[in-house]
Design a protein around this ligand. Structure first.
Ligand code: TXA
Ligand code: MG
Length: 355
């Protein structure tokens, strides 16, 4: 299959030409094809979420286990009436506060939502993205778009059209190139079928932000790092898989900045002597302090959004550089720390050392 590239000229405010491209892609989706597209979080791999065979194609293109359900993307609130069996008050309040935006909510599903899309579950994940291209595409398709992140299963999520191309060229009908996404990590997932809304995946919308709208919010105990290690089952099936892993062996080093730099340098010295190709994931604040030939800054601790924004790109760059050992600083301090470390720990297969 030849994968068509549709380039958006002005992703922040679409031009008439851009809308034409969204229309072309929307027709492909309406006819059961697959289109990758930008959202504010990561690129999605879209198919008609109401069409079981389109969902089956998504699983095949990603090499994704079929028990791992897809998020359905909408571009108007009335779509909820078609997809969700009931919309609790907490969900209405969260939608008002955070939609369109990087929040996914889990509802009891209506009968017409195919089990092929929900991985056999009686619930459905719904998200209303804020990205203008995503919205134009969903509206042009005339349906609701099931879209996982547009990476091959197990690889870092794509934050540019080039990342999507690496993984999906020849496997899908089209890629809409809307440039680099803003946030860089996937949406926060909240289960609103419980009395107390529960976070199933941390993201840009943090627990305190949710709590200002709906009061008490729980977090799925199974996604707390050491519980997952003990084999607890997360409520979002996708959270149990090893994810985002670069090919090189990644270790996270925790401790004070001073100790981390010293500990990583000591490790790097030994690894270089043994003939390894080694890289360090540092920050703008520390990048000058490492003795390693390859040091990549992930962003600045002063603006932790930069760290989320660059995370997946850096993990992919490690593969391009063909390094076999990677050391990364830890980023658990700020409001986004939980969301960032959730991804980084998975990428590292939970290998952490204290310095
Ligand atoms: O930001 C995002 O959410 C991106 C963009 C493309 O919108 N999408 C995304 O999709 O991250 P994906 O498929 O990579 O991750 C979806 C997660 C998986 O962990 C899946 O198990 C969970 O959502 N999920 C989907 N439906 C669910 C349901 N009914 N109940 C519990 N978890 C669900
Ligand atoms: Mg994913």
């Amino acid at each position: 299959m030849e994968t068509q590239i549709l380039k958006i000229e002005n992703p922040k405010a679409l031009t008439p030409e851009d809308y034409k491209k969204a229309d072309i892609a929307g027709k492909i989706l309406a006819n059961g094809g697959l289109v990758a597209f930008p959202t504010e979080t990561v690129y999605g791999l879209g198919g008609n979420g109401m069409n079981p065979s389109a969902s089956a194609k998504i699983y095949a293109a990603k090499g994704r286990p079929s028990d791992n359900p897809l998020i359905i993307h909408i571009a108007s609130l009335d779509a909820l009436d078609v997809l969700a069996d009931s919309v609790p008050d907490a969900a209405k309040a969260l939608a008002k506060a955070f939609w369109p935006g990087p929040l996914t909510m889990i509802f009891k599903k209506k009968a017409q939502v195919p089990y092929e899309t929900t991985g056999g579950l009686d619930t459905v994940a719904v998200r209303f993205p804020s990205d203008p291209t995503a919205q134009a595409l969903i509206l042009a398709s005339g349906t609701y778009i099931a879209a996982p992140s547009a990476n091959t299963s197990g690889r870092p999520s794509p934050t540019t059209a080039e990342h999507v191309f690496e993984d999906m060229n020849g496997r899908i009908d089209a890629i809409i190139d809307g440039g680099q996404v803003g946030i860089g990590i996937e949406s926060t997932i909240v289960d609103v079928t419980e009395d107390v809304p529960m976070i199933l995946r941390p993201g840009y919308i943090t627990k305190p932000m949710l709590e200002t709208v709906v009061g008490e919010v729980a977090i799925d105990p199974a996604i707390i790092d050491d519980h997952l290690m003990q084999g607890m089952r997360p409520k979002a099936p996708g959270m149990k898989y090893k994810h985002y892993a670069p090919k090189g062996e990644l270790t996270i080093v925790e401790g004070t900045s001073e100790n981390v730099v010293e500990a990583i340098n000591a490790k790097v010295r030994v690894d270089l002597q043994a003939g390894h190709k080694v890289a360090v994931i540092a920050t703008d604040e520390t990048k000058g302090r490492y003795i390693c030939p390859i040091v990549e800054s992930i962003g600045t601790r002063v603006h932790e959004e930069t760290i989320a924004h660059n995370l997946y790109d850096i993990l992919r760059r490690m593969d391009e550089l063909s390094v076999d050992i990677i050391y990364s600083e830890s980023f658990s301090d700020g409001a986004l720390g939980q969301a960032i470390m959730n991804r980084l720990l998975k990428a590292a297969g939970h290998k952490v050392i204290q310095s």
